[in-house]
Design a protein around this ligand. Structure first.
Ligand code: NAD
Ligand code: DAU
Length: 340
């Protein structure tokens, strides 16, 4: 590996991954991003002058953009983070999710296969496995859990995974798939649970908890997700899926209460609102395959990771205030006006 194309590198996980890769290798990283509402070059301002880093604005759905970057930058490895990533947005409208997540992945696979790309990693999600029963804690998602999608977002991600699998089996194109649980950490867009609650708590506003607040998510610090992807790139077997997770299940309501406590706020700010339609009850990842076969383990304990994250949002208030203005406000009004 020499020249890695990171698509969606201006988003939350992609930007963290680029910094991780620059710190841990001398690969040339080419960040290819359309800069949708979720893409923000400020996330990378600290490394914009690095000689191993280049930004190219482009759309994974556009053939010309992708051909130009892959051939022009002599790309040998592709890591695809680019996606529409927010479940609530996919409920308000799924067209963009199918376009970007499915058609964009197909375009990337096709052009990568016909060029000199010799490794393609698809960053997928545990949401493709559907929902787990909340009372059977011994059951977790493994790599052989059947795909059962419940939201337009997860359906679009699963479709992309199936295409990856098809390109591996039909064309022998060396594809790797990772499926991670919920990430948290610096630079996460404040439409997602943890940064949204930090922002609302800071401003003394109501914290909207969906349904009974007893949905369960398995949280992983973003840097641990990045290190896992790095391991899979180096040691993973083509055609295989690797689950990534922190073995760290939390009820949403407990996360919200913890954030309020760490910010010195009271629980009076919590408000229960109408549930997300089709809301998956519980996610939990069994990551024993990547741990045993590739030797990966998460480094961050949750209490340390969440304190670090809250500290980052406190210190970088101007970052999230800027991204919460503009288009975000229209989305917030649309999503929450029927819930609150
Ligand atoms: P994000 O929404 O923060 O970032 C997505 C990035 O993709 C943005 O920079 C955006 O501009 C870019 N993008 C969107 N459409 C594009 C297009 N057509 N062409 C080029 N760039 C485009 O997302 P994230 O939370 O960083 O997630 C990154 C990936 O990881 C996604 O594929 C997501 O499904 C997956 N994932 C996320 C989580 C999580 O907890 N956030 C967990 C597991 C997997
Ligand atoms: O599991 C991996 C997935 O995690 C990724 O593939 C997705 O890209 C990412 O967005 C995330 O999906 P979730 O739907 O789990 O994350 P979100 O932060 O939107 O919500 C987490 C939980 O919190 C979920 O049960 C819904 C609940 N929630 C969320 C919001 C935004 C609330 O109760 N209130 C809210 O306002």
């Amino acid at each position: 590996m020499k020249n890695i194309l990171v698509t969606g590198g201006a988003g939350f996980i992609g930007s963290n991954f680029i910094k991780f890769a620059l710190q841990n290798s001398d690969y040339n990283i080419i960040n290819f991003d359309k800069l949708t509402y979720a893409g923000n070059l400020e996330n990378l301002s600290d490394i914009s002058g690095d000689k191993h880093y280049t930004f190219v604005r482009g759309d994974i759905c556009e053939k010309e953009d992708v051909v130009k970057v892959i051939t022009g930058k002599k790309i040998d490895t592709v890591v695809n983070f680019a996606a529409e990533s927010h479940v609530d947005r996919s409920i308000l409208g799924s067209r963009e999710f199918v376009h970007t997540n499915v058609m964009g992945t197909q375009n990337l696979l096709d052009i990568s296969m016909k060029s000199d790309v010799s490794k393609y990693l698809q960053v997928s999600t545990d949401e493709v496995y559907g929902s787990l029963p909340e009372d059977m804690k011994e059951i977790k998602f493994t790599e052989s859990t059947p795909i059962t999608t419940n939201s337009p977002y997860s359906a679009s991600k699963a479709s992309a995974d199936l295409l990856c699998n098809a390109y591996y089996h039909t064309h022998k194109f060396p594809v790797l798939i990772t499926r991670c649980s919920n990430n948290y950490g610096p630079y996460q867009f404040p439409e997602k649970l943890i940064p949204l609650m930090i922002a609302k708590a800071t401003d003394g506003e109501k914290l909207p908890v969906y349904g009974d607040g007893k949905n369960v998510r398995d949280w992983l610090y973003v840097e641990d997700h990045c290190s896992a992807i790095f391991e899979v790139l180096h040691k993973g077997n083509a055609g295989e899926v690797y689950n990534i997770g922190g073995n760290n299940e939390w009820y949403n309501i407990d996360i919200v209460k913890l954030i309020l406590k760490l910010l010195g706020k009271t629980e009076e700010q919590i408000t229960y609102v109408k549930d997300r339609p089709g809301h998956d009850r519980r996610y939990a990842i069994d990551s024993s395959k990547i741990q045993k076969e590739l030797g990966w383990t998460p480094k961050h304990k949750f209490d340390e990771g969440i304190s670090k994250t809250i500290g980052w949002y406190k210190k970088n208030e101007s970052w999230w205030r800027k991204v919460m203005s503009g288009e975000y406000l229209n989305y917030y009004e649309k999503n929450y006006s029927t819930k609150l």
